[in-house]
Design a protein around this ligand. Structure first.
Ligand code: NAD
Ligand code: MG
Length: 386
């Protein structure tokens, strides 16, 4: 029996993780966390018999009545998820929190020697060197849940790391593939939230529309596989059936295919190094399958270029890029920043960001905070009527 802590249990990945767990008798839940969706978290806790919880939003946490739920132990506030990870016995932590807010729990899991199934790619974008060196020091596994990186994890292991020339991650291209820059300025929140192949949380859906998600994933791959940026390629693949490929030294290529279903990489991370049968839709090759690949338009969608530029400068720059992006996406979703303003704000913050790596979590939070303030100023300068 494997005991899991599910952080971000009320989100898109969290819910799919609970589906995977419900279908398996060898997995059980020891702790759950959310930001503010207390009603859903309590429903999950009662259904699964979980008493150890974390609720990041203090006001939301205060609505859990101790007289109604005397058995529950709720850790309230932003540090709650990290405390949950430190205090509750578990065999694996799934971090499916969105954004920089997930970093503290990532570090807490690795520090306490708990293997980590990592959906929160922002942990690696903000502090990849810190996270991976901590994992190496503690001998703790970081198992990627992101579909492309889960695919690469399998491909690199199958080929042997020394035989890999470069890796390729695929991008659907989002809802605005083939659009021109002048048409993108007027994109609405609803248009940007309508992803063609994946159903996900709001922030990553916007990141997929700007291609910033792919930029973040290039940085994620750099840290997970210790690869120089020029060995990480991005290719557009609108069907989202091939998740990643590797080019090998002898000219061969290996590809990882499957239906777009996050339960597969979630289950892979949960059971690693084993594989278990999964009741998910199978890819039907006979019905006529076409796979298209092309280069992303990096001039119209500059996010991948910005991410590579930040990546080469190091974690201080990638942390600033992430903070600027989180703030800009927030302003776009509020309706006060144009879609194209997201790239402008990220570029402007990056131009003022430092370079180099972090020594401590406190240094990371200071850079994140500074970049957020800068980004908010730049969003305000570009404000459109909401
Ligand atoms: P989501 O918005 O649907 O869910 C986010 C979860 O995190 C929720 O449970 C929410 O309550 C919690 N949360 C939000 N803010 C928080 C905070 N400040 N402190 C603590 N908890 C907080 O997001 P999602 O789509 O499930 O994505 C989660 C992570 O997984 C992201 O990093 C995303 O990039 C990554 N990811 C998601 C997908 C996908 O298909 N959804 C695929 C690959 C990677
Ligand atoms: Mg992905």
């Amino acid at each position: 029996m494997k005991r899991l802590i599910v952080l971000g249990a009320t989100g898109s990945i969290g819910l799919q993780a609970l589906q995977v767990i419900a279908a398996r008798s060898d997995l059980t839940v020891a702790g759950l966390s959310c930001d503010r969706n207390v009603a859903l978290l309590l429903e999950q806790a009662v259904a699964l018999g979980v008493v150890d919880l974390a609720i990041a939003d203090k006001q939301a946490a205060a609505t859990v009545s101790p007289s109604l739920y005397p058995e529950l132990k709720v850790r309230a506030g932003p540090g709650g998820a990290a405390r949950l990870v430190r205090e509750v016995e578990a065999d694996l932590v799934l971090n499916a929190i969105v954004g920089f807010a997930g970093l503290e729990a990532t570090l807490a899991a690795l520090e306490s020697g708990r293997p980590l199934a990592l959906a929160n790619k922002e942990s690696l974008v903000c502090a990849g060197s810190l996270v991976m060196s901590l994992a190496a020091r503690m001998g703790t596994a970081v198992l990627p849940v992101d579909s492309e990186h889960s695919a690469l994890y399998q491909l690199v292991a199958a080929a042997g790391v020394d035989t890999v020339d470069s890796v390729i991650i695929t991008a659907s291209g989002g809802p605005f593939r083939n659009w021109k820059r002048e048409d993108l300025a007027g994109v609405s929140r609803e248009q940007a939230l309508a992803h063609p192949t994946w159903s996900m949380g709001e922030k990553i859906t916007i990141d997929s529309a700007t291609l910033m998600n792919k930029g973040l994933e290039v940085i994620e791959a750099h840290h997970l596989f210790d690869l120089a940026y020029e060995r990480i390629e991005v290719v557009l693949h609108p069907q989202s059936l091939v998740h990643a490929l590797v080019r090998l030294v002898d000219g061969a290529m290996l590809a990882h295919l499957g239906m777009a279903d996050m339960r597969v990489p979630i289950a892979f991370a949960f059971h690693y190094p084993h594989r278990v049968p999964m009741d998910v839709p199978r890819l039907d090759l006979i019905q006529g399958l076409s796979l298209d690949f092309s280069a992303p338009d990096e001039q119209t969608f500059p996010a991948i270029l910005l991410a590579r530029e930040a990546g080469v400068k190091g974690d201080i720059a990638t942390c600033s890029l992430n903070a600027a992006n989180e703030v800009a996406v927030h302003f776009f979703l509020k309706g006060t920043l144009a879609f194209t303003g997201i790239w402008e704000v990220v570029e402007a913050v990056l131009a003022e960001a430092g370079s180099g790596a972090f020594g401590t979590y406190e240094e990371v939070t200071a850079v994140d905070k500074r970049a957020r303030l800068l980004a908010a100023e730049k969003c305000a300068l570009r404000a459109v009527r909401g």
